[in-house]
Design a protein around this ligand. Structure first.
Ligand code: ADP
Ligand code: ADP
Length: 232
């Protein structure tokens, strides 16, 4: 589904070269929940930015369903980006728009008609359990509800992959559990591939099938969660 082959990203600063991602090769299967864990500075954010092409790799390649996204530009890059739904730590909602309008936003950009948008928004509201909150503003929602909006918006254009970047790091433990349960539910219901980036081991333990551990830009361990986090 997603293949990273010898992926590297180096940043040149005034005094040195920082290799944020260092020769990473990974294979993420269709329909799995794949976790990427590492301490601050391990290279996780840079990896995310390589996956959604906000950053260009120094070397190596990312392919999604066999198609290389590494050298895409213009319209083909924009359509490749639509294949990846992004969920953020701080939700990145539009604060002057309602729940329904936030979820409809990517559909507007994709030039869907009002009628199509309304139908899709209702499906997504039901999927994430926000019935009755369609006309609320983000400031009127709890953190967990805001993240449900973030997830619905990320799913609006039917992406092939949901990329969650520290999606529960701003939430309390109980809310974290409810968002993880929602992600598991979406994974099962839609068979959607989910890539989950976090520094929290309990998040990985709770919902991931496989995990890669990053340290200093490298993947130092990879495999089924039960195997990698085996209790001694
Ligand atoms: P994480 O998300 O795991 O905290 P990052 O990907 O943010 O890790 O950072 C990995 C390393 O790359 C760090 O040493 C960081 O300082 C460095 N880095 C990230 N972005 C840049 C940049 N734009 N310029 C220079 N160094 C960077
Ligand atoms: P929370 O109640 O979840 O803490 P905040 O109001 O603190 O939400 O804002 C969270 C993030 O949203 C911050 O990064 C902030 O900069 C951004 N933000 C706040 N207001 C707006 C706005 N009107 N438009 C766009 N972004 C905003």
């Amino acid at each position: 589904m997603i293949q990273l082959k010898g992926l590297s990203k180096a940043f040149q600063t005034k005094t040195q070269t920082v290799t944020a991602v260092d020769n990473v090769s990974l294979s993420i299967d269709e329909g799995e929940i794949f976790g990427i864990i590492g301490y601050s500075g391990a290279g996780k954010s840079t990896l995310v930015r390589l996956l959604n092409k906000l950053e260009t790799a120094t070397s190596g390649e990312v392919t999604i369903e066999g198609e290389s996204i590494t050298s895409l530009k213009g319209q083909s890059l924009r359509s490749a980006r639509q294949e990846i739904g992004m969920v953020f730590q701080h939700f990145n909602l539009l604060w002057s728009r309602t729940v329904a309008e936030n979820i409809a936003f990517p559909l507007e950009i994709a030039k869907q008609s009002k009628q199509e948008r309304n139908k899709r928004v209702q499906e997504l509201v039901n999927l994430v359990g926000l019935e009755g909150r369609e006309d609320s503003y983000p400031s009127q929602l709890s953190g967990g509800q805001k993240q449900r909006v973030g997830i619905a918006r990320a799913l609006a254009n039917n992406p092939k992959v949901l990329l969650c970047d520290e999606a529960t790091s701003a939430l309390d433990p109980k809310t974290t559990d409810s968002i993880l349960a929602l992600l598991t539910d979406i994974n099962k219901k839609l068979g959607l591939t989910i890539v989950l980036i976090t520094h929290e081991m309990h998040v990985i333990r709770k919902i991931c099938h496989r995990v890669a551990v990053m340290e200093n830009g490298r993947v130092v361990e990879e495999g089924p969660v039960l195997q990698v986090f085996r209790k001694p």
